[in-house]
Design a protein around this ligand. Sequence first.
Ligand SMILES: Nc1ncnc2c1ncn2[C@@H]1O[C@H](COP(=O)(O)OP(=O)(O)OP(=O)(O)O)[C@@H](O)[C@H]1O
Ligand SMILES: [Mg+2]
Length: 742
Amino acid sequence: MEKQLRSKKLFSLQRIPLRVMLVVPFVLQISGAVGLTGYFAIRNGQQAASDVAVNLRQSVSDRIDQHLNSFIQGGREVAQINAKAIQLKTLDPENVDQVGRYFWQEMQVYNLGYINLVSETGNFVGSGRFDAKSQITIDILSPRRFGNNNVHIYKTNSQGEPVALNFVTQAYDFRQEPWYRQTVQAKRPIWSLYQWETQPYHLSLAATYPIYDANHRLKHISWTELRLWEVSHFLRQLSVSPSGRTFILERNGLLVGSSAKEEPYQLVNGRPQRLSAVKSNDPLIRASTQYLTQRFPDLLQIQSPQRLEFWQGGQRQFLQVTPWQDAWGLNWLIVVAVPEADFLGQIQANTRTTIVLCLVALCGAMILGLYTSHWIAQPIVRLNLASQAIASGDFDQAVQVGNVREFEELGHSFNQMAQQMRDSFRSLESANQQLETSNLDLEHRVDQRTQELSGALHNLQQTQTQLIQTEKMSGLGQMVAGVAHEINNPVNFIHGNLKHAKDYVKDLLGILSLYQSHYPHPSSEIQQYAEAAELEFLVEDAPKILESMEEGTRRIREIVLTLRNFSRLDEAEKKQVDLHQGIDSTLMLLQHRFKAKQNLHEIQIVKQYANLPDLDCYPGQINQVFMNILSNAVDAIDERNTKMDSEALKHNPGQITIVTELGENHQVIIRILDNGVGIPESARAKLFDPFFTTKPVGKGTGLGLSICYQIVVEQHGGTLKCLSTPGAGTEFVMTIPLVAVN
Ligand SMILES: Nc1ncnc2c1ncn2[C@@H]1O[C@H](COP(=O)(O)OP(=O)(O)OP(=O)(O)O)[C@@H](O)[C@H]1O
Ligand SMILES: [Mg+2]
């Protein structure tokens, strides 16, 4: 049961409108697809960005590495080539002009700041630029030639020939220079990194190549100078990311160059000092170096490329540190620092674009879905409405077919179906009407037949009643007639002979009187006999007895006549009869019931006869009516009497009153009243129904009054009514027209 309910609930939950059914999955699918696409796009973007960050750091590192290699190599090679040229004597160190021009030529080819040769003779020959913008000069210090230690700086022409003395410096002792001292000390080719004390405060890297003679005495030093601003320039040109930084560190933490717009030195008290990266003005360089020194307290620990990450200002920074070394002992670190934000910015922009695109796609999909669902659902909704209309009895439906082929076919089929239903319904209606008509006809016929049948039943009942009546009457009549006939003959015989008997007795008494007068003294035997027989009384009484006998027979003859009158068997036709005679004869027949018996009390009969003319009627039937009504009255009074004590009965004896009178409309009115039990209201309505009786089985048939009604009303055209007060008595009023109706 619960399961059923639940399934019903589910079923009701599943009753979703078509439009929603169409839109929701569509939108869900699109949302899913768009969401997934967006998700993967963002993820791939992040992945790609991460890869790009890694690749970028690596490639930037590689490019710096390459650049450094070629840049440094240039300085080293030139220093070496020049040294070799002197050792092979292709270059004469004493021929300072030649050496100067030779160096000038080299300066055209190599990207160097300065090319120089110093000799233990005190010569100094160099060619190079003072700074990036200035012309290449040839500088010569030759104590032998000039007699002093001043450096003579010559302007050159395009052929590298010194054309004019530009200016002459004060005495210069190269032996005081750090590079010189370092090289002397190292006794091998080395790099020397030094900060210019004067403007333009170059940070220079000198590749020095000492040249010894066979006795290992230092003869010359061939050197080249690289200006490290070139490295910074290169680093700035490298595009890393908007706020990414590249810089090169010495292992002691001093900056060699950086992509930041700052010099690798700072002026302290007007003197330039190398800048330590941790003191850089650039926050990223500073933070990166701080992180590095935290991570590697001694930067010499970094022996292999490191990919690191650290947080600065709430943002992640990617760091790549690559050791860079050179055959002559340079040992630097190339550092590439890239803030994640540089990529995240792009990623976030991409994400935002992706989300916006997703939302636009979603909105588009929803609008499209709504439109499509409307487009699909509309014909179905129209079909549904039309179906509902048909279901509620409106068959005049035609749906508009859509542009979709299936809907068009569906609509056509629907319209056809509606048409068929319309036709079927109409034919059904006409069939129904016919059926109704025939039904009505049938009902009518059934009614008719029912009426006929009830008429027939009524007739049958009447016939039955009549039959019973006839049977009853004929039985009673025959008996009465038979008895009367049987009694009639002997009574007539007695009555006829009584006259003769009287005559004979008279004669005998006359003879006796004559004997007594002629023989006054008879014998004693006669006297005794006469005395014993009380002769005197006998003579006196005998004629009286005969008289009364005659009276008796006369009475018997009257009774017989009454009986014959009552039965009136011979009178099947209407006759003019005296109504009172019929009543009297009936009363006589009922005489025995009026008299008091063991437990029944006497009933008084009161007659109030009017002077009536003879009545045209069936006398036997009318007598039967009296008989029935009077019998009922006697029964009712007997019933009443049994309920009363004898004292009360003395004051209020049972009484039947028969009143006859002549009515106004030529009719005789007969009232028969009794003071019996009376008839309750409920019984009065059924009084004249055949077989209605309140009497015990075997005593009453219930036919009495129905026969009366039939005789009075139907046979004689009269009326029969009953008035009664239960407990007080009943009155039957009967009217019979004087002139026969039929
Ligand atoms: N005068 C009356 N007083 C009281 N009740 C009466 C009287 N006349 C008739 N009835 C009631 O009407 C009923 C029907 O009377 P009806 O003469 O038709 O049948 P019945 O007397 O019962 O039987 P039967 O066929 O022997 O006459 C009676 O049973 C009786 O209850
Ligand atoms: Mg009766």
